[in-house]
Each structure stands twice: as structure tokens, then as C-alpha cells.
Design a protein around this ligand. Structure first.
Ligand SMILES: [Zn+2]
Ligand SMILES: [Zn+2]
Ligand SMILES: [Zn+2]
Length: 308
């Protein structure tokens, strides 16, 4: 069955869950879907609470920094990368991660023609852009690519993206060479800078959890992290802790294994499996009598049959 996208009007088969043209969700999120609270790393959640102090600056940051940064990043991407659509192999991996993690919309995907292995997501709370480099895809197998995508979608699900973009600008400020940006960032107190960077490291742990959730097997995100550790410039792991955006790969692997063995992870796993199980029941019409039914209802209101 085909349904119209609420955002662009294109028709997509309902089992795809997201509009194949623009990435907007076509099957509403339900209580069966994963919420960020189901898997977020508690220190990440707490640090995000403390970052609320930042909210007063938010409108200025949005207007002058984040939007400008996004515009310039997008115009650079237009030249050096190609857009990947949701019906491609990579696109369907992103879609699968979006279903498992309960995203509201899929990020726009760009393949950057560059040998340096890299993956990142940037954007605002309402629109995100996922960038993968050709150099990264060359060294990873499909399971590891899916773990990378799961990690990036985890950042989206936990609403990390805007503050991530800011934290990264604090670290690479010089590279942006926007005087205005420098001026605005100087308004950010040194304490908030440290908070932002320390939070950034915690946020990586939540995103690694998302990679594990979509992979279903810790061997995959772990082999990904080991590969990244081998190719990462030495300086990254040597960086003075308070000034780096990422924890060491070793630390990330330890946290991941710890999480894999926890009760919390077992509960998330059950939720994800149940969600996949009921996918075919989340339709606007009954599988048996064809009568209209609320999408989220697991029973037909006309014939009463269970859709599972
Ligand atoms: Zn659409
Ligand atoms: Zn990350
Ligand atoms: Zn029925």
C-alpha cells in the first residue's frame, strides 16, 4: 500500500516507513518506537540538562553561527560530494536505522569524494545532513558501515546535532575563518566551552549505544572502533582530554561492552525486536477485511482481528 508523504506529497510503500523522496516519516511514531530516553548515556542526558544555560544565547547562535555554518558547509558539499537517494543501498541502511531508532525524519545523505575516512552529521534540530567519505566506505564492510550510520542516527535521535556543530566549531574555530563566528564564540564563557566539550565526549557514548542497537551484535561496532583507532591520526588519541571532542577508542569500546551486558540493553533489544515484529500491523487498513483502521492500532476496529 502506498501513502502520501505529509511533507512533499510523494507516494511511498508504507512498509518503507519514510518518504523515499524527502525522508520524512510516513508512519507516525508510536509508543512501540524507541525513545532517546531508552538508551541515552545518563551523563550525556545530565550534561544536556546543564547546557540549558546556553539556551539564552540560542537565537543569536542559530541566526549568526549555526545557519551560516550550515550554508557554507552545504555549498562546499555541493562541489565535493554527491547526494545519495533513499532507494540506494546506503539509503536503505539509513532507512533501516531510522526505523530501529525511531527517527522523525531521515538525514539527507552525501557521499564525499575524499580518501580520508570520515563520517559526520551536522544541521539543526529539524534538518540534518549525514556525510560519509568514499575513503571510509572503502575500508569498512557492510556491517561496519551500518554501525557508523547507527552511530550518526543516534546523535540525531538524542538531539545532539546543534550543540555538536557548536562544539566542533569551538575546536576548529580557526578553520572557519569567519570573524563574526570568532566574536560570537568569545561570548561563550570558558566554563561553557569546557562543559560543551565534556558533554560532546559523553554524547559519543550514547551514539555508540545506538550503533550497537542497530547492529544487534557488539562485534560490529567494536571492529569499527578498532579500525578507526588504527587509522586515526595519533594526535587525536593524544589530545589533552578536556579539549578533545571524543573519548579514546579504548574507552568507547569498554563502555560499549559494559552496556551490552546491562539490563538496560536487554530491555532496549526486546523493544526493538517487538517493533520489527509489529511493523506489518502498522498500516491504515486491515490486512483481512480491508477496512480503515488507525495506523497504530494492532486490531481492526471492523472485524476485530489481530494484525500480527
Ligand atoms: Zn516526502
Ligand atoms: Zn559521534
Ligand atoms: Zn478487519
Amino acid at each position: 500500500m502506498q501513502v502520501a508523504c505529509p511533507s512533499c506529497g510523494a507516494f511511498t510503500a508504507i512498509e518503507k516507513a519514510f518518504c523515499i523522496r524527502c525522508g520524512e516519516r510516513i508512519v507516525p511514531l508510536t509508543r512501540y518506537d524507541l525513545g532517546a530516553a531508552d538508551f541515552i548515556y545518563p551523563p550525556d542526558r545530565d550534561a544536556m540538562e546543564s547546557l540549558r544555560g546556553f539556551e539564552a544565547l540560542s537565537p543569536i547562535l542559530d541566526e549568526l553561527v549555526v545557519k551560516r555554518y550550515i550554508r557554507s558547509a552545504l555549498s562546499r558539499l555541493e562541489k565535493s560530494s554527491r547526494h545519495i537517494d533513499f532507494s540506494s543501498m546506503l539509503g536503505s541502511m539509513v532507512r533501516e536505522c531510522g526505523i530501529m531508532l525511531g527517527l522523525q525524519r531521515l538525514p539527507k545523505i552525501y557521499l564525499l569524494e575524499e580518501d580520508l575516512p570520515t563520517a559526520f552529521t551536522f544541521g539543526t534540530r529539524s534538518r540534518q545532513f549525514l556525510v560519509l567519505s568514499s575513503g571510509l566506505l572503502e575500508i569498512l564492510d557492510d556491517d561496519e558501515v551500518k554501525a557508523v550510520i547507527g552511530h550518526e542516527c543516534g546523535h540525531i535521535k538524542c538531539h545532539h546535532i546543534k550543540y555538536h556543530t557548536l562544539a566542533e566549531m569551538l575546536v576548529m574555530g580557526a578553520e572557519l575563518s569567519l570573524e563574526l563566528v570568532g566574536g560570537i564564540l568569545n561570548m561563550v564563557s570558558p566554563l561553557l566551552r569546557l562543559m560543551l566539550l565534556s558533554w560532546h565526549r559523553e554524547s559519543e557514548i550514547s551514539a555508540d549505544r545506538a550503533a550497537l542497537i542497530v547492529s544487534g551484535d557488539p562485534a560490529k561496532p567494536v571492529s569499527l572502533l578498532k579500525k578507526l583507532a588504527r587509522i586515526a591520526p595519533i594526535s587525536e588519541d593524544r589530545a589533552v582530554e578536556p579539549l578533545s571532542t571524543h573519548p579514546t577508542h579504548e574507552e568507547r569500546i569498554n563502555r560499549l561492552i559494559e552496556y551490552y551486558r546491562s539490563q538496560e540493553y536487554a530491555a532496549v533489544r526486546r523493544k526493538v525486536e517487538w517493533r520489527l515484529e509489529i511493523s506489518k500491523a502498522l498500516t491504515p487498513s486491515c490486512r483481512f477485511c480491508g477496512g480503515a483502521k488507525p495506523i497504530v492500532s494492532l486490531f481492526c476496529p471492523r472485524c476485530g482481528k489481530s494484525q500480527i
